[in-house]
Design a protein around this ligand. Structure first.
Ligand SMILES: [Zn+2]
Length: 329
């Protein structure tokens, strides 16, 4: 069964059409010391990856207004959209703290399912609603407001303070933080400490501090069969029969049991697509899309080298402990 099926692991990123653009608030109308005002301004920028959406322009104006020198490098490479980024710094000597984050957001999905416009930043029962409010325009707004309050009260800090913000975190993430760090390094920037504003606190501010992030691998398994009429299945090759088994095999065996500092790695199937709208035709092809969030036991290369589900059906069902001992790790 497995031999006739093609299984590939290209990075698969799919995006919804960019949502209706909302005019971004002008920086002049926003008090940089007010995190709610900054957050509302950022949410009203429809910065769905790779669109800048006005978010970095707003951030640039606000940072420049409190004394930061701001650069907006654009990175590109073949096969990916060029993406705008931002680096802002204040001070030129002493310990260097950098705040790292991203202004891009995932698509809102079907806006009919939202109770409020995802790019309107409405406040409901004391909470601001909007795409990216938590991940992670809220973090950026909080850090900017804290910096602006300090500067307004005490002047420029004695050390150095920077913002390292990308617009390519939720998408392919090839024209974002890695290139921005290389760009900063080539300019002679050296950082002593970094705070990433990703949302990690489940209950209260500061209740969880992480020392790193899990890795992410998105993949697509393509299963090619042969089209036919459901009344004559022996003349067709239904790819869904294999897809069901492959999907089950992908999820069946835990990748590991977690480590001292990270939870267990997880593989999650995000979509199974056939493109078949008919009820009486066996489709010719099927794709399984999945994402792996992996801990420090794995690398992208190690995951790609992991036996395919078809191989596993052939008898290989490695245990987490045997994989830990493998050279791939
Ligand atoms: Zn994020």
């Amino acid at each position: 069964m497995a031999g006739r099926h093609q299984i590939g692991y290209p990075i698969a990123m799919r995006q919804s059409p960019n949502p209706r653009p909302e005019p971004a608030a002008t920086a002049a109308a926003i008090d940089p010391t007010d995190p709610a005002a900054v957050l509302a301004g950022l949410i009203r920028c429809p910065s769905v990856t790779p669109q800048e959406g006005g978010a970095l322009a707003l951030l640039q104006a606000l940072l420049a207004g409190v004394g930061f020198a701001v650069d907006r490098p654009v990175f590109s490479e073949a096969g990916a959209e060029p993406v705008e980024n931002l680096f802002a710094r204040l001070g030129d000597s002493g310990p260097h703290l950098v705040f790292a984050g991203h202004t891009d957001v995932v698509p809102p999905g079907n806006t009919v399912d939202w109770t409020h416009d995802p790019f309107a930043a409405e406040i409901v029962h004391g909470e601001m609603i909007g795409r990216g409010a938590v991940d992670m325009k809220g973090g950026i707004a909080a850090f900017l407001a804290a910096a602006a309050r300090y500067i307004r009260k005490s002047g420029a800090p004695r050390g150095q303070l920077s913002f390292l913000i990308t617009g390519d975190e939720e998408g392919p993430a090839v024209n974002g933080t890695v290139k921005l760090l290389q760009w900063a390094s080539e300019r002679g920037e050296r950082f002593d400490a970094c705070l990433v504003g990703e949302p990690t606190n489940p209950d209260a501010l500061g209740d969880m501090i992480k020392i790193g992030r899990r890795g992410s691998l998105s993949a697509e398994v393509r299963i090619i069969g042969r089209q036919g009429h459901v009344a004559y299945p022996h003349l067709a090759d239904n790819p869904l029969r294999s897809a069901v088994q492959i999907a089950e095999a992908l999820m069946a065996t835990p990748l590991d049991g977690g480590t001292e500092v990270f939870q267990p790695s997880n593989l999650e199937i995000t979509a199974i697509e056939t493109g078949n709208a008919s009820v009486n035709v066996i489709g010719a092809r099927c794709s399984i899309f999945f994402n792996v969030r992996f801990n420090d036991l794995w690398t992208v290369e190690g995951l790609k080298a992991e036996p395919r589900p078809a191989d596993r059906r052939g008898g290989h069902r490695g245990t987490p402990s045997s994989r830990k001992a493998g050279s791939r790790l």
